[in-house]
Design a protein around this ligand. Structure first.
Ligand SMILES: [Zn+2]
Length: 82
């Protein structure tokens, strides 16, 4: 589609993280000093992550398995569940 819809057909879509587990992505991000504090995964809230939606649960699990603490703010109830 990119080739068909773009004048410059030399565009290449690269997905280096697609085959990685989430905890591996977190580990790599930590090694690369990715600004995880600027990332967001929650689908339920925008002020503090809910900590209970599927996306939050997967994110929290990935950080836990990577042995790291997620730097974004979570709702108080979510903090108790960690
Ligand atoms: Zn959430």
């Amino acid at each position: 589609m990119v080739r068909a819809g773009t004048k410059d057909g030399s565009i290449r879509v690269v997905t280096p993280l697609i085959a990685m587990h989430k905890h591996e992505i977190v580990t790599l991000g930590l090694e690369l000093k990715a600004p995880f504090d600027l990332t967001w995964s929650c689908y339920q809230r925008e002020d503090r992550a809910c900590g209970v939606c599927d996306s939050c649960v997967l994110r929290l699990r990935a950080f836990r398995e990577a042995g790291a603490e997620d730097p974004i703010p979570y709702a108080e109830a979510a903090v108790r569940l960690r």
